[in-house]
Design a protein around this ligand. Structure first.
Ligand SMILES: [Zn+2]
Length: 283
């Protein structure tokens, strides 16, 4: 069973569709992680984001379906088929299909926050030995910076087979890091994890939300922004600077934070609590 969650932000509806939730040693992503880091955060970090039993970190892999007026947007397409270093689920496309009004063919825009394999994997899928777009009527948006600067040696990135075929087929739009999709949805530049990494800002009827992408992998990194995902970051210093910059903008503000790798309840607010900053999840 997977957990499906839906939020409303003004007139926009956002639905989390899960591929898998897996548990990793904190050091897999964050080399400086030790269980001591969790001590000041015991009251909110367990049990959703870390396991109290073994201090393993939850890593959720899910897409967000954003319904904004007549426009249906899928943000990140998870792990997909083929050999990858994270688990995947072949049922994920049918789960998406069942969730979206009108199914996969009703998706107008597929937006990848960056080009790592767990964000572009289901862009295409195998049908009878051929790779076909999973979303047959969609434009696929990628940051131009990201496409131009992703290094061949960044082996977490998969230009082939999940990005280049779409560019070659004329189905992709390479956009600016502050690209505006419509009145309610736009990109914000959050580089560091990858060179052209973007997050997604949603604003409707005075309400605000943001989809983080991998500027953070766990809400612990809002409380401890210098705890870097250095094992996966292209530029760990830039990623830290991005976290500090966005924290300054979002802390104690009515901005709903939707974490791209945060396990359920996935959404919350960044708030000051005495000396600490914590991630306060929705009830
Ligand atoms: Zn990721």
């Amino acid at each position: 069973m997977t957990t499906q969650l839906t939020w409303r932000v003004g007139d926009v509806t956002i639905t989390r569709v899960e591929e898998v939730v897996t548990w990793l040693d904190g050091t897999t992503l964050m080399p400086a992680f030790t269980p001591d880091v969790l001590e000041p955060h015991r009251d909110w970090i367990y049990p959703n984001f870390f396991s109290e039993r073994n201090d393993k970190m939850a890593l959720s892999i899910h897409a967000f379906v954003v319904q904004s007026g007549d426009t249906t947007i899928v943000v990140d397409t998870c792990v997909g088929e083929g050999e990858r270093s994270l688990p995947s689920d072949p049922e994920f496309p049918s789960r998406l299909d069942a969730t979206i009004d009108g199914g996969l063919s009703a998706v107008d825009v597929v937006l990848c926050t960056h080009l790592h394999f767990d964000h572009v994997g289901w862009n295409l899928r195998d049908v009878g030995g051929r790779q076909v777009p999973t979303f047959p009527n969609a434009r696929y948006l990628f940051s131009r910076t990201e496409v131009e600067h992703t290094r061949i040696e960044d082996h977490h990135a998969v230009i082939e087979p999940s990005v280049q075929p779409l560019i070659d087929a004329g189905l992709a739009d390479l956009v600016a890091d502050d690209h505006v999709i419509n009145d309610e949805v736009r990109l914000i530049s959050t580089p560091g994890h990858t060179p052209g990494h973007v997050s997604v800002a949603i604003e409707s009827n005075g309400e605000r939300a943001v989809i983080t992408g991998d500027m953070t992998h766990t809400p612990l990194q809002f409380a401890e922004p210098d705890l870097s995902s250095a094992n996966f970051d292209d530029d760990a210093d830039a990623a830290c600077a991005t976290r500090h910059r966005m924290l300054a903008e979002w802390t104690d503000q009515p901005v709903l934070i939707l974490g791209t790798h945060f396990a359920p309840p996935t959404a919350g607010h960044i708030v000051t609590d005495g000396e600490r900053v914590i991630f306060s999840t929705l009830p």
